[in-house]
Structure formats: structure tokens, C-alpha cells
Design a binder for this molecule. Structure first.
Ligand code: MN9
Length: 314
């Protein structure tokens, strides 16, 4: 089993053309930008990457492009979750074939899973399709509607799935997160996925994080981690408050659609979102940019290396 993932992993956006097709040629520059900014890994085709809105062959092409662009400089996790386990199996096989480092999966969500044992059956089938790759369960109840006890999952997966690595933990239950981190002999990796609570997660022992907002303000979180390690809690809290305010602006403007627009505002245009998300209209961009200005977002975004000049909409 590979060692645990440490530091900030981003969930990159999938770049798209105005007509909604995938802009595969934009991926290498995005990856270089993330590497130049100290990002340790990428979680591709997840929620932020709009994986669930893509076809299986598009997901394979995008995953392959990220793996190729990463060229082993940083870790790549490929999200393979799908309503059809068979599609997940194909995606998992493909991820192993192209040289991804890890796979991760949400459960099927149309027919709801209500027991850990059924969840483990699903994960075991997917994990077996990529036996060389450690698998992280992607726990994101707000989007999947599946909210099971994650400590029970670790207990059951331990013997049932040889390549089970841990959990991408995207729900704000710090107590359950802490229980997972400390399960058994701390034998599973549990990556924290709620960016606006990173400091809280550090306080209970987190060392690895996957998130969307590390795409545009990684330096904020890198400094939170440094301040925390130096014991300067006041400074860490101030920066975490910035993250909270930023996420409030993101949520006000519709979440993912606003985040993809923010990539354009920082000078790394990733194009529109796909339905059922819908892209910001011109006037909505202006309100978003105003709200971001009011929280000093561009002061932080300007610390990002390797992007063009921020694009001001007005
Ligand atoms: O998985 C992301 N969650 C979603 C990670 O995309 C639903 C997070 O990084 C959030 O986008 C972030 C803002 O709420 O914490």
C-alpha cells in the first residue's frame, strides 16, 4: 500500500469550450500552475471537475490528460463514481492502465444504499478492477444523499478490500473525521474535504486535504498550515476566516458555477460549466467580482504564480 497523501490536493475544474466540449489542450498549463503553487496532488473528474456530468469516454480522456500532464510530478487520483457499477469498473480499469496513482469513488446514488455491507460490496467490485491502485471512498453526503457511518466503513473494508486506502471525507463532522483518522492503528488515510474548516481539521490531526478552493488561493491555506505549526493561532484563525468569507461568496453565487467563473477572474479561464449547472451571465460576473473585491480576494489570488493578469470584467 502506498504511503498517505500529505498537503493540499486540488480538485481541478474540467476546462471546456464555449460549446461545452472538453478543452483538453488547456490541461497542461493548469497542471503546471498547480505544481508551481505547491499543490501535491489532483483529484480529477470529481464534483469540481464535473465528472458526473461527463460521458465515460470524456472522463477517460480527461483523466489521461491530467495523468500525462502531471508526468509523475504530483499525485493523481481519478474519481470513478457512477450510477452504474459497470461504468465505474471500466473507469477504474482505465485509471490503472493510464498510470493514475489512486482511484476514488462515490457510491451509486439513484438506488440508495442503506447498509455498510452493500456499500462495501460496491466498493469491492470497483477496487478489484484496479487492484494496483489504492481506493479512497468519496464520502460527500450533501451530493450523494448517502450518509453512512464512516468508522463502520473502515471496520468492514479492512478485511473485505485489499486495496482500500481510506476516505475523501467531504462532510463537516469533525468528530467522525477524528474517529476515522484514529481508527485501528491509524491505518487508513482520511483526506479532509471541507476547505472552509481546514483549521478545525488540523486541530484534530489532519495532514492531507482535497478541495476546490486550493485551485485559486492555495497560499492562504499553506499559510494557515504554517501558522498552525508555529502555534500562531490568531493568524491562522484570521486566514481561515478569509476562507469562510470566500466560501460564503461562492455559495451566494451558486457554488461550482461561481468557482469556475473565479478561474477566469484569476486569469486561468476554464470555460463554462455544463448543465445542470449554468454559467454566470455577464451582469452576475460583475456582482461576483464586486463581492470578491470586498473580501480582498484578489490580494490573495495575485499571489498565485503562473497565471495571466487577472481578467477584470468591467
Ligand atoms: O470536495 C469540495 N466540495 C464540493 C471538495 O465540491 C462539493 C470542497 O472543496 C468545497 O468546494 C469547498 C467549498 O465549500 O469546501
Amino acid at each position: 500500500m502506498k504511503k498517505r497523501i500529505l498537503g493540499l490536493v486540488t480538485a481541478p475544474f474540467t476546462p471546456m469550450h464555449q460549446d461545452g466540449t472538453i478543452a483538453i489542450d488547456k490541461i497542461p498549463a493548469m497542471v503546471d500552475m498547480l505544481i508551481n503553487n505547491g499543490i501535491k496532488g489532483m483529484f480529477v473528474c470529481g464534483s469540481t471537475g464535473e465528472g458526473p456530468s461527463m460521458t465515460t469516454s470524456e472522463r477517460m480522456n480527461v483523466a489521461a490528460a491530467f495523468v500525462k500532464a502531471a508526468a509523475k510530478r504530483i499525485t493523481v487520483l481519478v474519481h470513478v463514481g457512477h450510477n452504474s457499477i459497470q461504468e465505474s469498473i471500466e473507469l477504474a480499469r482505465h485509471a490503472q492502465l493510464i498510470g493514475a496513482d489512486y482511484i476514488s469513488t462515490t457510491p451509486p446514488t439513484y438506488f440508495k444504499i442503506t447498509t455498510i455491507s452493500t456499500l462495501v460490496d460496491c466498493l469491492a467490485d470497483i477496487a478489484a478492477a484496479a487492484p494496483l491502485l489504492p481506493l479512497y471512498y468519496y464520502n460527500i453526503p450533501a451530493l450523494t444523499g448517502i450518509n453512512l457511518d464512516m468508522v463502520e466503513l473502515l471496520k468492514t473494508s479492512k478485511s473485505a478490500i485489499p486495496n482500500f486506502a481510506g476516505i475523501k471525507y467531504t462532510t463537516p463532522l469533525l468528530h467522525e473525521y477524528q474517529a476515522c483518522l484514529n481508527f485501528g492503528n491509524k491505518e487508513f488515510d482520511v483526506l479532509f474535504g471541507t476547505d472552509e474548516m481546514l483549521l478545525g481539521a488540523l486541530a484534530v490531526g489532519a495532514e492531507g486535504f482535497i478541495g476546490s478552493t486550493y485551485n485559486f488561493v492555495a497560499p492562504v491555506y499553506q499559510q494557515i498550515i504554517s501558522f498552525y505549526k508555529e502555534g500562531d493561532m490568531k493568524s491562522a484563525q484570521n486566514l481561515q476566516l478569509f476562507s469562510v468569507e470566500m466560501v460564503r461568496v461562492i455559495v451566494k453565487h451558486g457554488g461550482l458555477r461561481a468557482q469556475k467563473a473565479m478561474m477566469k477572474l484569476i486569469g486561468m479561464d476554464c470555460g463554462p460549466v455544463r448543465l445542470p449547472q449554468n454559467s454566470l451571465k455577464d451582469n452576475e460576473y460583475i456582482v461576483l467580482e464586486n463581492d470578491l473585491n470586498n473580501i480582498n480576494f484578489f490580494k490573495w489570488a495575485n499571489l498565485i504564480k503562473g497565471v495571466q493578469e487577472p481578467v477584470h470584467i468591467r
